[in-house]
Design a protein around this ligand. Structure first.
Ligand code: SAH
Length: 351
C-alpha cells in the first residue's frame, strides 16, 4: 500500500526496472537509480551525475522524490543520543532518535504521523493519527540521519510514533527495501518491530520470511489491567495476542521481546510481577522493563527504582530473562512523541 502515487523511493528494484523501461530507457539505468537513492542516499535527481539531464527531467516529471527536511535537533550531552524532528514533504512532522550502543548505532523510527491506538501513557497518540508514512519516509529517517551525522546505522527499531502493524504493507515494503543488498543492505536480524498487539498482522508478518525481532507492548499481566492502559486490549484478548507471539516464534525462531512500562501503582506490584511471571514462564522470551516516562497530559508516575529492581527480581524467579531499559537521552526528553507533541503545541500557540 503506497498511497502516494509514483513515489520513486518506495519502489522495489524490480518495479524500478519496469518503470525505467516504460520511460524508454535501458534496464541498467534502474540499477544506477536504485544505487543513487538507497546507497548514496541522494537528496535529489539533480545529484545523479551519471544519468543524462534529459532522463533526470523525465524522472522529475513522472515521479515524486521523497526527502525529509531537518526541522530541529536535540543532542544529549550525556550519551550521544540525538533526537531529530523531520518535516515530511507535506510539512507534517515526525521524530526519529539516533542512539549509540556498543553493538553499533541504532535509529528509532516513526511509522505513522501520529497514532490512533490511544495508549494512555503515550504522547504520540494524544492528537490522533494524521497519516501513514510511506516506505520512503521510513527509509529517509535512516538515510538522512546517516548523512547528517556521518555515522553508519546498523540497527533499526520501529518504536517511534505510530503503530507499525496499522501501516502493514508500507512497513513490509520498508523492511524489504532497507535489507536489499543493492541498497543499504541492513541485516534483517538488526531490525525490531514493536507492536501494541494487532493479532492478524503479527501472524501475517510471521509468514513473510522476514525474521525481524518482534517486540510486544504488554504493560499488564491481565486483560483487565491492560484495558486500563491500552484501548487495543478491548479488541484483542491477551490470550490471542500471546498465541500470535508464540506463532511468530515458531515460524521465525526469533525470541519475542515483551515490553513492560512500569507505572507507579498501576502495574508495578509484586503480585503483578508474579502474575506476569506465571504468564510468560516457559516461553523463550525476553522482558524489557521500562520505567514509564511521565507526560504532562497524564498523571502517571514512574515506579521507584527500588520497585523496578524488585519487579525484575520477582520475574527472574520464573526463569525469565529480564533487562531494565537503559534510559538514553534522558536530558533531552527522548520519550515517545514528546518532541513532536511540543512542536505541535508551539505551532498551535503561534497560530
Ligand atoms: N505502537 C508500537 C510502537 C511505538 S511505541 C507499540 O505500541 O509497541 C514504542 C514503545 O514505547 C511501546 O512499548 C510503548 O508502549 C512505549 N511507550 C510509549 N509511551 C511511553 C512512555 N511515556 N513511557 C514508557 N514507554 C512508553
Amino acid at each position: 500500500m503506497i498511497t502516494e502515487q509514483k513515489d520513486i523511493k518506495s519502489l522495489s528494484h524490480q518495479e524500478l526496472e519496469d518503470a525505467v523501461l516504460a520511460l524508454g530507457e535501458k534496464k541498467f539505468r534502474a540499477a544506477q537509480l536504485f544505487e543513487w537513492m538507497h546507497k548514496k542516499k541522494a537528496a535529489s535527481f539533480s545529484e545523479m551525475s551519471n544519468l543524462s539531464e534529459a532522463f533526470r527531467k523525465k524522472l522529475a516529471e513522472n515521479f515524486s522524490f521523497t526527502v525529509l527536511r531537518e526541522v530541529r535537533r536535540l543532542s544529549s550531552a550525556e550519551d550521544g543520543t540525538i533526537k531529530f524532528l523531520f518535516a515530511l514533504p507535506d510539512d507534517k512532522v515526525i521524530e526519529s532518535v539516533f542512539m549509540k550502543y556498543h553493538h553499533g548505532n541504532s535509529v528509532c523510527i516513526s511509522s505513522q504521523a501520529g497514532c490512533r491506538m490511544g495508549c494512555r501513557f503515550c504522547a504520540s497518540t494524544l492528537e490522533g493519527l494524521e497519516r501513514n508514512l510511506l516506505p520512503s519516509e521510513m527509509l529517509e529517517q535512516i538515510y538522512r540521519i546517516e548523512e547528517l551525522t556521518g555515522e553508519h546505522v546498523s540497527n533499526v527499531v520501529v518504536m517511534g510514533t505510530g503503530e507499525p502493524m496499522d501501516n502493514y504493507d508500507n512497513l513490509v515494503r520498508f523492511i524489504r527495501l532497507i535489507t536489499d543488498e543493492k541498497g543499504h543492505n541492513m541485516s534483517v536480524r538488526n531490525i525490531t518491530v514493536s507492536t501494541c498487539g494487532i493479532v492478524e498482522n503479527m501472524r501475517k508478518l510471521a509468514m513473510e520470511e522476514l525474521p525481524v525481532t518482534l517486540a510486544l507492548s504488554l504493560h499488564a499481566p491481565n486483560d483487565e489491567k491492560r484495558k486500563r492502559l491500552m484501548p487495543v486490549a478491548y479488541k484483542y484478548e491477551l490470550k490471542e495476542v500471546l498465541a500470535a507471539c508464540d506463532f511468530y516464534f515458531e515460524k521465525t525462531g526469533r525470541r519475542i521481546s515483551y515490553e513492560y512500562s512500569l507505572v507507579a501503582g498501576e502495574n508495578d506490584t509484586e503480585s503483578e510481577a508474579d502474575e506476569l511471571g506465571r504468564l510468560l514462564h516457559g516461553k523463550n522470551c525476553h522482558v524489557n522493563l521500562i520505567p514509564v516516562n511521565p507526560i504532562k497530559e497524564r498523571d502517571y508516575k514512574q515506579s521507584t527504582f527500588k520497585n523496578v529492581l524488585n519487579f525484575r527480581k520477582r520475574l527472574e524467579k520464573y526463569n525469565i530473562n529480564v533487562t531494565i531499559r537503559r534510559e538514553l537521552g534522558a536530558d533531552i526528553g527522548a520519550a515517545c512523541g514528546q518532541l513532536r507533541k511540543s512542536h505541535l503545541d508551539e505551532m498551535g500557540k503561534n497560530g
